[in-house]
Design a protein around this ligand. Sequence first.
Ligand code: UT7
Length: 324
Amino acid sequence: MTLRSVVLGCGSYLPQQTLTNAELAARIDTSDEWIVQRTGIRERHIAAEGEFTSHLAINAAKAALASAGIDAQAIDLIVLATSTPDNTFPATAVAVQTGLGIHHGAAFDLQAVCTGFVFALATADNFLRMGAFKRALVIGAETFSRILDWNDRGTCVLFGDGAGAIVLEAQQQSGKTSDRGVLTTHLRSDGRHKSKLYVDGGPSSSMTVGHLRMEGREVFKHAVGMITDVIVAAFNATGLSAEDIHWFIPHQANKRIIDASAHKLDIAPQKVVLTVDRHGNTSAASIPLAIDVAVKDGRVKKGDLVLLEAMGGGFTWGSALLRW
Ligand code: UT7
């Protein structure tokens, strides 16, 4: 017998306002055709004035708790992945904890940019398997619209706002790969790539928030290799293969990167969950948003083997293999 982190439910939230490629093309030198062809993105959601990352996260968390069928008081750990916190401190996770009416246990933010959700999932999983906490909310929530340079067409067309959450519970399982729950996680980082994707400000360096800067082509060049690295690690750790996977739910940065990764790993196209067309790149929120879409539309069912991966600023990259 072994403790595993089993998913009890999931939820997500998108700000009401959408921004289409055509609307962007009316403001800057770009076109719907270029954006769709290079990225697969058609529209993204943008948080309203006064709508913060914590607000998106609270809505996603409430939906996840409702889908899990448990009360917020049953949660004793909140790990919130974000690069766009409400404030430099305290952690946005604490605002979420308060917003849910929880005053016990622990809540903290985790920063691994687009890989944040995978890092947060791995962190919560380790705490639950250690027996340190019983039930965790793992959340990815972002308002990237606030750190974009809206005059930089190379970046501002790519990102969107949103939040997604899952509820995990420590449960005794057999220890085999047929178990429900998180089966394995693999995390990596390499700071030599910092200049390829970063924000040019921060409390300690500039005393400003700064704007996102990216050498898109350079990130693209590394993406597929890094994604493949952590997915092969997940397969090696479990003895499972691409054939065993029911659903591949990757970070949604660019359809071309997702297609190339799936192709390289022999993952059939019909197993790939794609939301980048509707959400754009929502950084740490993209995977839990895509999970929620695929669960709500009936694709992901209890017992399905689900493969998650992400790659982003740092660079950071990681994978998680879990049985729903
Ligand atoms: O989630 C974190 C990880 N981030 C990513 O995974 C992003 C990875 N990178 C990418 O997705 C792609 O590199 C981009 C979508 C950012 C760019 O696509 P690309 O095929 O690598 O294009 P490029 O950067 O090589 O630019 C090609 C051309 C350039 O013009 P020239 O120099 O060839 O004349 C750009 O100036 O496209 C131009 N361009 C645009 N044109 C119209 C760049 N952005 C735009 C735009 N609209 N929005």
